[in-house]
Design a protein around this ligand. Sequence first.
Ligand code: LLP
Length: 383
Amino acid sequence: MLDGRFPLGSFMTRSTPFYYYDLSLLSRTLDTLLLESARNPDYKVHYAIKANFNPVILRKIARSGLGADCVSGGEINAALEAGFRPSEIFFAGVGKSDWEIRLALEKGIGRFNVESAAELEVISGIASGAGKVAPVSLRVNPDIGAHTHANITTGLAENKFGINYEQLDGVMRLAHSLPGIEYRGLHFHIGSQILDMMDFVALCNRINSLVERLQTAGMPVGDIDVGGGLGVSYEHPDELPVADFKSYFDTFRRHLRLPEGTVVHFEPGRSIVAQCGTLITRVLYVKQGTTRRFAIVDAGMTDLIRPALYKAFHRIQNLSSDGPEEVYDVVGPVCESSDVFLKGAVLNCCHRGDLIAIRSAGAYGESMASGYNCRPLPKAYFD
Ligand code: LLP
């Protein structure tokens, strides 16, 4: 397929593989997100940096005015360097190291999303020792299964994330009593690549009943962070290039029942950056096996691990050919049988040197790249 949406001329001269980012699509996505979230002045959006921390992408998102959701000291530093305001940076994660807690306190970040009583005590100790106060939200495990891949659901009781219901009241009391801790609210996150709005309705219902119970018990809940999770269309990246932010925010507007003036935080990652990124690779060899035909490309699972790790689907296109369609297993050069991008891909007839686009790769693509097999990390270009 010869595709007008990519600057093929400039691709020809570049060495592959590389990530290509369409910054105008990122702008359109951010505009839509901001328009839909701003309908409610109490909604605050923090971009989940783990989805893509390329500095160019981060700077653009920081300039749009979003906050950041970070899960490591490295991500906090990346967010600060990109220009996110410290007070808008939230620090989540089930295993925060002492140096990361110190860094977050020193930089004056806006929130620690705390996942256990043990962590709360450590933060209290470090903060009071440094004469600081840590603003804290407690991450609740809502025990809700999102209809998504098992490896990316996070809100089930069996998952390592969050504080369970039985312990919550005790940990809240602890948060109010410990020195160096300022209790600010509750945090939730049920999973990722969620397309069924009923999953978010279930989250809203859980939050409503919890808030009501805590308030009746005389425990004000503070603000609410509903996490991230909105999915994108991996099947139809051209038809649906911008995630359905309208349905997403409307769902929370319709179903969350919170005291007047409660601030609600959102932490989308994938829905902001997935569609603006494409992994561009070249066909090295076409090989006919006993039963299957392989298109062996120069990108591998080290550049985009989602298909190998989650059996995730990414649409693949041959940008150099409009020859007859054929069926290929698109595979990489890494010495692992799981180094497969797609089995049974229907592509215009492939030849050595053809440019191949692996679509919707802007989220959890470059950010999850590794140097396995001593492979260089993928480069990135912007347009
Ligand atoms: N907030 C928290 C607490 C999270 O754990 C995550 C993602 C997000 C926000 C952002 O979620 P998003 O809006 O991107 O769905 N590597 C996997 C996805 C892992 C998501 C981890 N947590 C993948 O490639 O599908």
